[in-house]
Design a binder for this molecule. Sequence first.
Ligand code: NAP
Length: 273
Amino acid sequence: MTNMANGRGQTALVTGASMGIGVDLAECFAKDGYNLVLAARSGDALQSVAETLAARHSVTVTPIVADLAARGSGAALADDIAARQIAIDVVVNNAGYGVAAAFDDGDLAGQLGMVDLNIRALVELTHLYWPRMLANRRGGVLNVASTAAFQPGPLMAVYYASKAFVLSFSEALWKEAEGTGVHVSCLCPGPTVSHFRERAGTGKTQLARAMTAMPSADVAAMGYQAWRENRRVIVTGARNAMMARLVRFVPRRTLLASVYRLQSPLSKTTGES
Ligand SMILES: NC(=O)c1ccc[n+]([C@@H]2O[C@H](COP(=O)([O-])OP(=O)(O)OC[C@H]3O[C@@H](n4cnc5c(N)ncnc54)[C@H](OP(=O)(O)O)[C@@H]3O)[C@@H](O)[C@H]2O)c1
């Protein structure tokens, strides 16, 4: 982030920018001169983030309320953006959530919502703006996956699988865009301070106790820098990066047992509640 003019004249769409990592990612782009379109469901929070970033970084920030888990919401958002005469150069697919529960505990709507938001909306928004990026030979996509992407996740099965999709999809697009000037990166955070745990219900798991959550500003800064450098994948934190490499060599049964234990509620194994 040494050249403050990298993004001048360009606009980044950041999903899930009402709180958490998305706010910090949006700020990284704003700092670098990008105008912003921010999307999420919480209108007041979005408005407040938009006003703060616009004042702090002298960029144009447009908040748009959108429920991206709803079918057709990506196209509707793109229509809204086009009606405001805004052209998108960069898509930051950050909006996402998880549900920590055995598959037979979680309600189907919650499980399918993860597929709709974490996967379908991400593919839709990328597809909508990808041709323009390639034609302009600039801009790109920063997708937010997770360290969950590197192995299956019993007791959070759909979330882990959704992030494996994001990782695989992002790496494939990185290859397709090679040499075009379009950057594609997949940010894989480990546990990060945000509202994620609250919504996911992961606060009382072995994993939550075993890992210290990183500040979201640090995670976003690493993601932004990696995207600037067109790095394919960035895992935040040395321990997370080492684990992501190691899991390839662990026998699958052992890995599944270990993730199952980590995703188990503390009360189940220790009597804590
Ligand atoms: N925190 C972690 O430990 C962690 C670790 C690895 C990966 N991640 C990933 O990081 C990304 C950001 O999560 P976070 O940690 O910042 O969590 P967060 O604080 O809960 O923020 C999630 C963001 O997504 C938005 N969102 C949720 N549902 C939405 C919907 N239906 N339509 C539009 N926007 C929606 C939320 O806004 P509204 O509620 O206003 O819609 C919010 O802005 C997610 O993809 C998550 O999977 C998080």
